[in-house]
Write a protein that binds this ligand. Structure first.
Ligand code: SAH
Length: 369
């Protein structure tokens, strides 16, 4: 196995500091350091987290001469939109963002009848090398800062406020860490971003922790740390197969933490938070979709507070793998249900806009090279 990357390469050019990287006390200290009144930092936090604005023209409660220095100190522009693509009649929108150093990341906004969800990236690229994932194939470029992660959510919330999705203005209700990157490999910034997302206004966006899903390949050390936090987010484990033999190649981090250890960590998380966890399972034709694997998975999960989310594989360009046949998918569902395991098949939103993890950024990089 090639080496998995748990520590991102050093950032070449440091990302500008933003209030979403700082605690309330740190914001105050930074304001004082710069000779700016501390309460002004809180006013900027209200603009950012409550009004979803980083445009100083809208800061009418701040004297004109202070707007530029305060914006430079606390709200530097972190994300520049490169392009947006939509599908599902506009109800799915994928945004490609350029960061200050030219690095590209993507987020996807999805409007459903009962909720609006944004899928965000935690790293530029990913070091986990799952062979069916577009992001994994490009490797890890760098970790995102807490503010770069948070800003994706704020931009999505702003799009909802402005009624950019069909159906008129709405409230962003859910956040899933299922874009580019392995959130547990960028633990500190991801936790700070979750605090920004879940803290009540004015110190955060005020989205309930239960409406935030953290999806991981199964870095047990990260799950253990999460258990120690008081943050009852929904945990999703990208299992993809119940047997170690196949998982060693589908999810290479399995060579470090085996299926049993990952499920034990998820159970411990469930015991601490009472939160049902999700098992993500990309169904790949003739690779992991056999009845015996469904049976093994069913037996493993039957008495657990877990739910299985089957994802038809979205083949990456040049992939030799494809989604399962309809009859195999149906049989897989039926076997799991036979064990009383709740199971859903994820709708394939965004498929025609390179909706699967990392594909839009990958196609943009290809176009540029
Ligand atoms: N690194 C994290 C989160 C990012 S990916 C994780 O692995 O959980 C979010 C989900 O999409 C994961 O379950 C991942 O395995 C899955 N995924 C990645 N590429 C896919 C593809 N081509 N088709 C279907 N699901 C895919």
């Amino acid at each position: 196995m090639a080496e998995l990357i748990f520590d991102a390469p050093a950032v070449k050019k440091k990302s500008p500091i933003h209030l979403a990287d700082l605690t309330v006390a740190e914001r105050k200290a930074r304001a004082e350091e710069l000779g700016l009144p501390a309460f002004r930092a809180n006013q900027l936090a209200v603009h950012f987290f409550t009004h979803h604005s980083d445009d100083m023209e809208s800061f009418t409660d701040i004297p004109k001469e202070l707007r530029a220095p305060l914006t430079d100190a606390f709200l530097p522009k972190l994300l520049t939109l490169v392009r947006s693509v939509t599908c599902d009649g506009g109800k799915t929108r994928k945004d490609l963002w350029r960061l200050h150093d030219g690095v590209l990341v993507e987020s996807v906004l999805m409007r459903y009848t009962d909720r609006t969800t944004v899928c965000i990236s935690s790293q530029a690229g990913c070091g986990m090398q799952c062979p069916f994932c577009a992001t994994g194939q490009a490797g890890l470029t760098r970790n995102l800062t807490a503010a770069e992660i948070t800003a994706q959510v704020v931009m999505a919330a702003k799009a909802c406020d402005l009624g950019e999705m069909p159906g008129g203005p709405t409230r962003l209700s859910n956040v899933v860490f299922m874009g580019m990157g392995e959130p547990m490999a960028n633990y500190k910034s991801v936790m700070q971003s979750i605090r920004n997302i879940t803290n009540p206004q004015p110190d955060g966006l005020g989205i309930g922790a239960r409406s935030v899903t953290l999806s991981t390949v199964g870095l047990v050390s990260g799950i253990e740390k999460l258990i120690a936090e008081d943050l009852p987010v929904t945990l999703a484990i990208s299992l993809h197969t119940p047997d170690d033999e196949l998982r060693d190649s589908l999810v290479p981090v399995n060579s470090r933490w085996k299926v049993k250890e990952v499920l034990a960590a998820a159970d411990k998380y469930e015991a601490k938070t009472g939160r049902r966890y999700s098992i993500e399972y990309a169904l790949i034709r003739d690779i992991n979709d056999q009845a015996w694997r469904a049976d093994l998975l069913g037996r493993m999960l039957k008495n657990k507070n877990a739910h299985v989310n089957l994802i038809p594989l979205n083949p990456t360009p040049g992939s030799k793998w494809t989604a399962s046949r309809a009859e195999d998918e149906a049989a897989f569902v039926e076997i799991l249900e036979g064990y009383g395991v709740p199971v859903t098949v994820r709708d394939t939103r965004g498929r025609e806009i390179d909706g699967a993890c990392g594909q839009l950024a990958a196609s943009q990089i290809d176009n540029n090279s």
